[in-house]
Design a protein. Structure first.
Length: 149
């Protein structure tokens, strides 16, 4: 009986641990002058200035991802040193829970820019110092642009 209880508890703990979608990524510009940390914990994402392993007291934004199709529609687009900011990052349809970014240095947008016809477009955000990351749940499935590999 004691053996069955221990096995049941062990199986429960393993299943709970395997069902979380947690990840930490450090994204660097190709010149290594800029770094952003992306921490995803289930339906929350933190985009943090600099290289971090934990959530700092400032220079981060906390997002809720519940409005994003996490299998195929989760994408982060960004540019280094654009329009007077150290970085600009888009995560379309993310809900901002908390924004502690220094707004004079870093810009986050939860809507993609639109073209003259009102259609979402990345024109001006896909070349030069820009990058994009595609996610499937918490795992990066593609990387393009100006980021160190």
């Amino acid at each position: 009986m004691y053996h069955k209880i221990i096995c049941s508890i062990l199986i429960l703990v393993i299943n709970i641990g395997c069902n979380t979608n947690n990840s930490v990524y450090h994204i660097r510009s190709t010149d290594n002058k800029n770094c952003v940390t992306i921490i995803t914990q289930n339906n929350n994402r933190y985009i943090i200035e600099g290289e971090n392993t934990t959530i700092p007291d400032d220079n981060f934004i906390k997002l809720d991802l519940k409005n994003i199709d996490r299998e195929i529609g989760d994408e982060i687009v960004g540019c280094w040193n654009k329009d007077g900011y150290k970085w600009i990052i888009f995560n379309d349809n993310a809900i901002v829970i908390e924004n502690k970014l220094d707004s004079t240095k870093y810009l986050f947008k939860n809507r993609l820019p639109v073209n003259k016809n009102g259609i979402p477009s990345l024109e001006g955000y896909i070349e030069g110092s820009c990058f994009d990351l595609g996610f499937s749940y918490s795992k990066i499935i593609h990387k393009r642009g100006n980021i160190a590999k």
